[in-house]
Design a protein around this ligand. Structure first.
Ligand code: PGA
Length: 258
């Protein structure tokens, strides 16, 4: 599918699930399904750090990108427990998730840290998949657009339009993640249209037309098509429904044809 030259994308976010052997078994099954094919949507799997090398090896020759789920902004140093962009790239990653709401809310990641991670990912040659989204309370208080604009601006502060197009944005309303409460297609489209307007405002028309914006939050095979039919929804970032290869393959097929 192409919308305004934008290629559809389906990203599996395994969170803290799967060993290297489980990642390899998932990718072997995904290969068997035949869902990943030339001309289809871009497919990415975000694996835990210890499973990245095995995932990259299993994905070899298969048109599936591998993503880290986090990175540190420094290239090396005394930062126990952290991993740099260069290390992710060396393990076979071409993408990295940045600013997922679980990182922001459970691990205290700030907009400033997200910004530094975006810069570090780009410097390491990785495509950052940057997550933004409002909480239930912020939506109830009519602050959704304020929050989205702020998170977007801070994440990409000082980024050139050219570099912006090396990034992917994911709109992930916090109230929809892991809750079963998917945003309706209208709510998702409203947020995506607003974010694309922010891109237009800051980076210009070409960037706005070419910028990939994914939706994430309780995606399932049954609700993906209606989301993808929205003009500004370019794909999905999938948590729970990405753990099973056949379910994820069904999502990839939806994005291939919609
Ligand atoms: P979910 O997670 O699909 O389980 O709601 C999405 C995400 O956190 O990226």
């Amino acid at each position: 599918m192409q919308k305004n030259h934008r290629h559809a994308m389906m990203v599996a976010n395994w969170k803290m699930h799967k060993t290297g052997a489980e990642a390899a078994a998932f990718l072997a099954r995904l290969r068997e399904t035949g869902a990943v094919k030339p001309g289809g949507c871009f497919v990415v799997v975000a694996a835990p750090f210890p499973a990245l090398a095995a995932a990259a090896e299993a994905a070899h020759g298969m048109d599936v990108g591998v993503a880290g789920q986090n990175l540190h902004w420094e290239s090396e140093g005394a930062f126990t427990g952290e991993v740099s962009g260069a290390m992710l790239a060396a393990a076979g990653c071409t993408y990295v998730l940045v600013g997922h709401s679980e990182r922001r809310h459970l691990f205290g990641e700030t907009d400033e840290m997200v910004h530094k991670k975006v810069r570090a990912a780009l410097a390491a040659g990785l495509t950052p998949i940057v997550c933004v989204g409002e909480t239930e309370q912020q939506r109830a208080e009519n602050e959704t657009e304020l929050i989205l604009r702020y998170q977007f601006e801070r994440a990409f502060w000082g980024t050139s339009a050219e570099d912006l197009l090396r990034c992917v944005l994911a709109y992930e309303p916090v109230w929809a993640i892991g809750t079963g409460n998917t945003a309706t297609p209208a709510i998702a489209e409203g947020a995506h249209r607003f974010l694309r307007h922010c891109v237009l405002d800051i980076f210009g028309a070409e960037a706005a037309a070419g910028f990939t914006i994914l939706y994430g939050g309780s995606i399932k095979p049954g609700n993906m098509r209606a989301l993808l039919e929205q003009p500004d929804v370019d794909g999905g970032l999938v948590g729970g429904a990405s753990l099973d290869a056949d379910t994820f393959a069904a999502l990839v097929r939806t994005a291939n044809v919609s």
